[in-house]
Design a protein. Structure first.
Length: 455
């Protein structure tokens, strides 16, 4: 007989063991300073500990002037090209940019029109799942967490691959392009199964269309009537571009390098990266932003009153409001301080979408909080660098206006970031590096073994 989780969780023995565990694992925080341990692999001044080299993405947030680190407006470069220039390039022509960005990140060069068209056709040809996969792997075991569906499905695809363990660049490239094409299907179908089996809603399974872009296909497969506007698809496409890559040091991409360095297969590496992205400190932050703003809207009477907004943000920081975490979600970043270039770009398009959706008042509230929050944080917290809105601040709002359910916010991040993971996996394999194995110092006291009768 299976023991219910609640009964096991409340078990007296488990309570006793958990107390023992908490005591046995606790490490004195002062020891990290004593042994100069860079917790989170970051210095106290915010610089990351150099762990590798990459040609794929660059995150730039400061300059060194007379040996001092001086914060500057953030820049993000894909293969040496500024993200602002990349976005300007395809939006000025009214084109979608995600597929072009995929090509750039994977192959290091911008495609010409012929190369782009061929790549789009190649990607579309992989936009399918093995026969009965949706029925057997997604519908028969629907999950309440779509990131779990993605991870499980990626690992299951290993069984459908004739060469799953071949780590040659050609084969890994084939596997990665397949996953870039398949992630939207896995995520959307996973949501449709969840919506049907756990939400009692009608089940819609729309096949992807080869004539549509990745962003268009997401909206086509997600919506019951498959209808969407050009603006909606363009803003979603932009969000995919902005999330596709963020250097080798972000947690999930670093996981890609670490796991790839062991020589394991592509499916295992991608599943590990998905596990990292699922964490609320990484990919799940935009959901918290949306939840926080719902709370703000309920508790602030005048959305145009700067003082009332500041007072409520003060309560959030002091753990007196919202989730009592003391965090203003969407504000601050491990690297950027003056500005997050992704947030700057997405805000512009969020404004356009807000006008079309009649959400101008809500957008203005976001803008006010973005302006006021750094001032409030600066008064209450000791911070070594500036604080600005990060991309999570606006991405959840954009997804909400697009009618995308919160359950898909992080999976959409994964649909985009799998491109960066793919490029970094190939880079790690191409350079035949050593297995990544940083050092951990033991601070446990040496003890003698005591025989059981004398304990």
């Amino acid at each position: 007989m299976t023991i219910p989780v609640k009964d096991f969780y409340d078990n007296e023995m488990l309570n006793e063991l958990s107390e023992l565990a908490e005591v046995s694992y606790a490490i004195d925080p002062e020891l990290y300073g004593k042994f100069d341990v860079k917790r989170g692999l970051r210095d106290i001044n915010g610089r990351g500990v150099l762990a590798g080299l990459t040609k794929i993405g660059e995150v730039h947030s400061y300059i060194i002037d007379e040996n001092e680190m001086v914060p500057v407006p953030g820049r993000l470069l894909y293969r040496g090209i500024d993200i602002a220039d990349l976005v300007e390039g395809f939006t000025s022509e009214g084109r979608f940019g995600f597929e072009e960005t995929c090509y750039l990140l994977l192959f290091g060069e911008l495609p010409d029109r012929r190369q782009l068209a061929s790549f789009e056709e190649f990607l579309a040809s992989y936009r399918k799942l093995p026969r009965s996969f949706v029925r057997d792997m997604i519908m028969k075991a629907p999950s309440k967490d779509i990131m779990n569906v993605l991870s499980r499905s990626v690992l299951a695809l290993y069984s459908y691959d004739d060469m799953p363990d071949d780590t040659s660049i050609k084969n890994v490239l084939r596997q990665c392009i397949q996953m870039i094409a398949r992630f939207p299907l896995l995520a959307v179908y996973g949501y449709q199964a969840y919506s049907h089996y756990h939400g009692d809603k009608s089940l819609f399974i729309h096949s992807p269309r080869e004539d549509l872009s990745t962003a268009e296909n997401i909206l086509h497969m997600l919506r019951p009537d498959s209808k969407f506007t050009k603006l909606e698809a363009s803003v979603l496409d932009l969000a995919l571009v902005l999330h596709a890559e963020h250097g080798g040091g972000n947690n999930s991409t670093f996981v890609t390098h670490v796991v790839t360095s062991t020589g394991t297969d592509t499916y295992s590496a991608m599943a590990a990266s998905l596990g990292s992205l699922k964490g609320p400190k990484h990919g799940g932050a935009n959901i918290k932003v949306v939840q926080m703003f719902e709370d703000i809207k309920e508790n602030i009477k005048d959305w145009n009153d700067d003082e009332e907004i500041a007072n409520y943000l003060d309560k959030i920081l002091k753990r007196e409001a919202f989730d009592k975490s003391g965090l203003i979600y969407g504000m601050g970043h491990a690297v950027y301080s003056v500005s997050d270039p992704r947030a700057v770009i997405l805000k512009e398009y969020a404004s356009k979408l807000a006008v079309s959706k009649g959400c101008e008042d809500e957008f203005n509230l976001f803008s006010k909080v973005e302006k006021i929050a750094p001032e409030v944080i600066g008064k209450i917290r000791r911070i070594y660098k500036g604080v600005s809105a990060n991309i999570d601040f606006y991405s959840g709002f954009v997804y909400k206006m697009l009618g995308i359910p919160p359950e898909l916010y992080t999976p959409i991040f994964a649909i985009s970031r799998v491109v960066g993971w793919s490029a970094h996996r190939i880079e790690e394999l191409s350079n035949k590096g050593k297995i990544i194995r940083p050092a951990y110092k033991s601070v446990a006291k040496r003890r003698d073994y005591v025989k059981i009768d004398k304990r």
